[in-house]
Design a protein around this ligand. Sequence first.
Ligand SMILES: [Cu+2]
Length: 305
Amino acid sequence: MRRRLVFKITIVTLLVVTIIMAAWSYFKNVNVAVLNPQGTIANQERGLIIFTVILSLVVVIPVFTLLGMIAWKYREKNTKKTTYRPNWDGSRLFETVWWGIPCVIILILCIVTWQTSHQLDPYKPLSSDIKPITVQVVALQWKWLFIYPDQHIASVNLLEIPEKTPINFQITSDAPMNAFWIPNLGSQVYAMSGMSSQLHLMADTTGDYPGSSSNISGTHFADMKFIARAVSRGDFDTWTTRAQQGSTFAWSEYKSLAQPGVVAQPTSYDLADSNLYAEIVAQYLQRPTKKTNTQSGPQMNMEGM
Ligand SMILES: [Cu+2]
């Protein structure tokens, strides 16, 4: 009997240790971008993730510990230390504990979620002494177009930004719905045709951060990746100057780029039409006439344009 018990305990311990070691060796080599923030917004979001995980563990750890303890104590073969009380019902103490703790946790989460949703509102501009840069993002099938109206350039699959500078993103789509996401920098925001959404992000340090869509959009969705490259101000100016010497990018070039397909290399262009973004959004807007006015149709949302 005794030897069998020792054997069982050894097996269970070995199993647990193996799982922990496997998880550790996996995660120590994996760069989980949301846990490795490189920007103001992502930093606060990581804090929020860690806070909610710890708060959840307040429930999870005791519950699973008790599960093991109770299963062990009331196992069929244990006849010594347990009493059988078939008529026992209800305990005010236990009821208070298992309703009270979740209520308190949900209350705390409500307050924290309310506060951080307002603090991290993607439409809220970031406070900084440095003048923000506007980047207009267009999700295409299956590539990303970035328009810099003030620098008069456009770029495909490469988002170059100066470090420590607030970036004011305007986001739309000329394709099925996508989501614009740079996990190292913060929040994702949906890209939808006929709509212009906003997002404010800032990179604290220079580096290449992976960007993608977090909303599946067809065959080559997995190729729909871009690099968010945070560089020094000088390097950014050099890059914009070089892009201005690239080939011209106007409506007709845009239309051929917007055809479904994958681009092999990031490319930059000289922007011919600084109104391009508004025109892309406007393609999906129906001019309301007196008769169709009352019917449901595409809704206008030119907020932030
Ligand atoms: Cu929408």
